[in-house]
Ligand binder design. Structure first.
Ligand code: CA
Length: 229
């Protein structure tokens, strides 16, 4: 399920988009100002960001500028500014598309679908890779994971979690983000399933390399790979 971040301070528009996208099978998160949006983007992975420009605390173009320094997530601007110059500037600083307010919901949906699809094709065309982290080698083509040359017997979910962590070794994944990415379901904080899977992965890694640490628990947030010096 694709996860879309809706950044819009007008509550009615935000909830209208949210409801519409939910009906069309998207998972959505709403942010109502620029700072909140930036924190969410740093914390979680999104498949697309819908971004209003006039926002409290941090404007949409400032936000776009900052997030482009580390993220390639597709961004569609939704704004009342409709001059060609404004659009050009935004495309230059990294917007992928532009919708003028008042917007049409069906057009918005079509643009979201096309941007998500293009992004997915770009990702796929990079081809399967061998990811490495410390002495782990993960082959995205045949899903074989080796630690210090020993093949690891992982379940599909365990493999999915490890692959996600290894794709972005610097990133902290919140529990809800990891859970939603792997299970495609809404995360319930009292649910222990993810913790159990992480613990199983750690045990399997430990059985081969007892002295190494791979997955770090970031207290109150989630998980990432231990930073290597
Ligand atoms: Ca606004």
């Amino acid at each position: 399920m694709e996860h879309i971040l809706i950044v819009e301070d007008e509550k009615e528009i935000n909830s209208l988009l949210r409801q519409f996208l939910t009906e069309h099978g998207y998972l959505t998160t709403s942010a109502y100002n620029g700072l909140e949006a930036l924190q969410l983007i740093q914390k979680d992975c999104y498949d697309l960001v819908l971004l209003d420009l006039m926002l409290p605390y941090k404007s949409g173009d400032q936000l776009l500028n900052e997030l482009r320094q580390y993220s390639a997530v597709p961004v569609i601007i939704i704004s009342a500014k409709d001059t060609i110059q404004a659009k050009i500037e935004l495309l230059r600083i990294g917007a992928d598309d532009y919708i003028t307010k008042p917007f049409d919901l069906d057009e918005t949906l079509a643009r979201i679908e096309s941007n998500v699809r293009r992004n997915r094709m770009n990702r796929d065309s990079e081809g399967p890779r061998i990811l490495t982290y410390q002495d782990i080698q993960l082959n995205e083509l045949n899903h074989i994971v080796e630690v210090a040359g020993h093949e690891l017997a992982l379940t599909a979910k365990e493999y999915g979690i490890l692959e996600l962590l290894m794709r972005h070794p610097e990133k902290i994944y919140s529990k809800s983000n990891l859970f939603q990415s792997i299970w495609n379901e809404e995360y319930m904080s009292e649910d222990n399933t993810l913790n159990v899977h992480i613990s199983n992965i750690r045990n399997k890694l430990k059985a081969v390399s007892p002295d190494k640490h791979y997955i770090e628990t970031v207290w109150g947030i989630g998980y990432r790979l231990y930073k290597l010096d």
